[in-house]
Each structure stands twice: as structure tokens, then as C-alpha cells.
Design a protein around this ligand. Structure first.
Ligand SMILES: Nc1ncnc2c1ncn2[C@@H]1O[C@H](COP(=O)(O)OP(=O)(O)OP(=O)(O)O)[C@@H](O)[C@H]1O
Ligand code: SF4
Ligand SMILES: [Mg+2]
Length: 383
């Protein structure tokens, strides 16, 4: 800076192009080194800050003009800690898959940051972005459509090695793929078979093997078991838990099914219409929810125990989810909330530990985006 301050307008002050490239290359090398550095268990590995994704809505055929935007993700913040599973739940269309794609840098964020080991992946390119893409992998919902039917299982699982040959050089690939098949509980001799020769659960194991191929640190699982039968769901979940321990993985686990999310997650975030409504440990969210939306979601879960049904109140969610192109002012949940007051339409509730619980060791002392956050005895909670 001192040099620039002294600038008298002479040509000497203009940096030449080689200097600029050299600085960028040094930055990139530093970013790659940070991305490859290990993170202690329990430390934040991913820090999402005020993440926004608006999809433009346009009109006109020849002369397109923007007439609005779908606010799919609208200011979402959370941390993912090394070695944990963070569950994300919420109704269809609330922005879960868009968050997943943003975390993978498959979608360009409208604004906000996603720090992976301190590097903002929304601004990375080149070698640094390639290193991030190796370390953060995804497992998709539908094992029927996410696997190319014309490729053998060996080619599907080994495809990521074309982009990252350093992980498995050409001569080692077959052995590496067979090892991965074995790791996910499939016979390594199936390497030349095609996806249609497998059951749904086996196909999802293939998807998981592909996700593991590059030795990632984080796996983003977008509804990984939703398309499977209940009995197969349990096997795949058990496999994912085993792999997490074995390979020291951190998971973001997106699902509709609240019981599955509780089973696998250490912490859970509840999304509503592009925002995070509440986040906490699984016990805080399931046994002590303070946000009316979480309470309603849990209340909709069938409770087999008649005594438990007697104890609490059942909350019925009425009305449709508003359009993300035109969300309600203030609190987005207010059009369906039985507790809504005037303040809810004018003031956006921030995701924070409610004032009256601050400093307390109550399980209600977790982050909730509601002006009137409080516990409530409901049917479904603690089930
Ligand atoms: N490429 C896109 N262009 C325009 N709108 C989109 C696009 N992708 C998603 N959306 C919209 O963004 C909102 C959030 O979609 P998203 O797929 O993230 O929701 P979701 O929570 O994953 O839903 P589901 O549970 O059904 O998978 C929806 O209103 C969706 O229609
Ligand atoms: S802020 Fe108001 S509308 Fe929103 S959840 Fe809380 S009480 Fe309901
Ligand atoms: Mg989705």
C-alpha cells in the first residue's frame, strides 16, 4: 500500500502483467494447501454465511426481461463440523437441493459465502476449485436416473479418476474400483455389469462407491434413501454410518423423513421457504423444538404410543407454502403460523438463541428464527 500511496502517476506504479499472474498463482497454491490441510475432529470444516440463490424469472420470447426471481435460498447460515452429520429437513421446494448444489459449487451463488477450511468456494477457480470438488462429493436421491444405463459399474465408479488421475493412475483403476465395490458391500466381480442388473439398494451402493472414489472429506447426501424400500433404507443408512467412521467423513444429510434424519444426524437444521427456521442437536430439535414450524412438522409424524398421543397437542399445518417468488414480509412462516402477531409481518426474525434462554443450559437454548420461540407439548416431539 505504501508504494501506491506514493504514486505520482508515473508509469513505474503500474504493475506488469507477469507480476499479477505470479501473485494469483501464489494465492492459488496457498488456497490448495489450505484445502488439503487436515481439520481436527469437531472443528468447523464448512461455514456457510448468508447464502443466497435467486433464480431470475423472465418474460418475452425475443426480448427477454427479468420480471422477478425465485428466492430459492435467501440468507442461509450454518456450520458443518468435521466428522458430524448435519441433517437438513423441510417441505418440498424449501431450497434443500439448491443449498446442496451451492455447497458443491455446482450452482453460482447470488451472494453469500461458503468457507471450506477458510477458503470461500464461491470465489475459487482453477486448481483450488478442482481440489474442493475432489474433497466434497454428492450422493443423489434416485439411483435409477443418476447412473448412466449404458456404462458398466466399473466405468461409473471409475469415471471421477478421468478428472483426478492423481488419485488412481490408469493401471491401478480396476483394482481401486473393485476395492470400492467391496467397501460398499458389493461383489467386486460385478465390475462389468450394467446398472439395470442391480436392485435399487445395490444401485445406491454403487452411487455411494462413486461418491467415495476420490477419498472426499465431505459427502452431501440429497435424499439418498428416499427412493428405497424401508428395509433397504436401513441397510444403506447403516452402511453410510460405517463408512463415516471408517473414512472420517462429514455428512450433510437432506431428507423428508424426520425419523431417518434423527437416526443419522448429530445436528439438524429445519428449512422453510429458503431460510433456516431452527438448528440444534437432534435432541434439541426433536425433543425441545421452539419454532412453530418445527413443532408442526414433528406433530405430523405418526405416534404409535397412545399415552404419548394423550399427553401433547396435535398441530395441524394449514394452507399452502407461499411462492418463493413472492414470500411473505417479515417472518416467512407467518401465513401458516397459529402464533403470528403484528410484529411477525414487519420484522424478520433472525436465527439466534432466543434472548430469554441465553446463557441457560436449557435444551431450548438453541438457535430459532422466531420472535416468540418457546417450547410446547406437542404430539410427535420426543418420539
Ligand atoms: N434451476 C432453477 N430455476 C428456477 N427455479 C428453480 C431452479 N431450481 C430450483 N428452483 C426452485 O427453487 C425452489 C427450491 O427448490 P429445491 O429443489 O432446492 O427444493 P427442495 O427443498 O430440494 O425440494 P424437494 O424436497 O422437492 O426436493 C423451488 O421453488 C424450485 O422450483
Ligand atoms: S416469528 Fe411469528 S409468525 Fe414467525 S414463527 Fe414466530 S410466531 Fe410464527
Ligand atoms: Mg430436493
Amino acid at each position: 500500500m505504501a508504494e501506491l500511496d506514493k504514486n505520482d502517476g508515473s508509469m513505474d506504479a503500474t504493475p506488469n502483467v507477469t507480476d499479477v499472474v505470479a501473485v494469483d498463482a501464489a494465492d492459488e497454491t496457498a488456497a490448495v494447501a489450505a484445502i488439503e490441510a487436515p481439520v481436527e475432529r469437531g472443528e468447523p470444516i464448512l461455514q456457510v454465511r448468508n447464502l443466497v440463490k435467486h433464480f431470475p424469472l423472465s418474460q418475452g420470447i425475443l426480448f427477454k426481461r427479468q420480471v422477478g426471481a425465485v428466492k430459492a435460498v435467501d440468507g442461509v447460515s450454518f456450520d458443518l463440523y468435521q466428522g458430524e452429520t448435519l441433517g437438513i429437513v423441510g417441505e418440498s421446494g424449501c431450497g434443500k437441493s439448491t443449498v446442496a448444489r451451492l455447497l458443491m459449487a455446482l450452482e453460482t451463488a447470488t451472494s453469500g459465502e461458503v468457507f471450506y477450511k477458510g477458503q470461500d468456494i464461491t470465489r475459487l477457480s482453477g486448481r483450488a476449485l478442482k481440489a474442493v470438488r475432489r474433497n466434497i462429493q454428492m450422493v443423489f436421491q434416485d439411483p435409477y436416473t443418476s447412473l448412466n444405463p449404458r456404462m458398466t459399474v466399473g466405468d461409473i465408479i471409475g469415471e471421477p479418476f478421468d478428472i483426478h488421475p492423481e488419485v488412481a493412475p490408469k493401471g491401478d483403476r480396476r483394482a481401486k474400483v473393485q476395492e470400492l465395490l467391496d467397501v460398499v458391500g458389493l461383489n467386486p466381480e460385478y465390475i462389468n455389469r450394467y446398472p439395470h442388473q442391480f436392485s435399487g439398494g445395490q444401485r445406491q451402493r454403487i452411487g455411494i462407491a462413486r461418491g467415495l472414489a476420490l477419498n472426499p472429506e465431505i459427502i452431501i447426501c440429497d435424499e439418498p434413501v428416499s427412493a428405497l424400500d424401508v428395509s433397504v433404507q436401513a441397510q444403506v443408512i447403516n452402511l453410510m454410518e460405517k463408512l463415516q467412521d471408517e473414512f472420517n467423513l462429514s455428512y450433510v444429510f437432506i431428507a423428508h423423513d424426520l425419523s431417518i434424519v434423527r437416526h443419522i444426524s448429530d445436528r439438524v437444521g429445519v428449512m422453510y421457504l429458503g431460510k433456516m427456521a431452527e438448528i440444534g442437536t437432534d435432541a434439541e430439535i426433536y425433543d425441545h423444538p421452539t419454532h412453530p414450524y418445527t413443532q408442526a412438522l414433528l406433530s405430523a409424524v405418526p405416534v404409535p404410543d397412545p399415552e404419548a398421543r394423550e399427553r401433547g397437542e396435535r398441530i395441524i399445518l394449514t394452507g399452502d407454502v407461499p411462492s418463493p417468488a413472492n414470500p411473505p414480509s417479515g417472518c416467512r412462516f407467518r401465513t401458516r403460523c397459529w402464533k403470528a402477531q403484528d410484529k411477525c409481518s414487519t420484522e424478520l426474525p433472525l436465527l439466534a438463541v432466543p434472548e430469554r434462554f441465553k446463557g441457560s443450559d436449557s435444551p431450548a437454548a438453541h438457535e430459532s428464527a422466531c420472535h416468540f420461540a418457546e417450547e410446547k407439548d406437542i404430539v410427535g416431539a420426543a418420539s
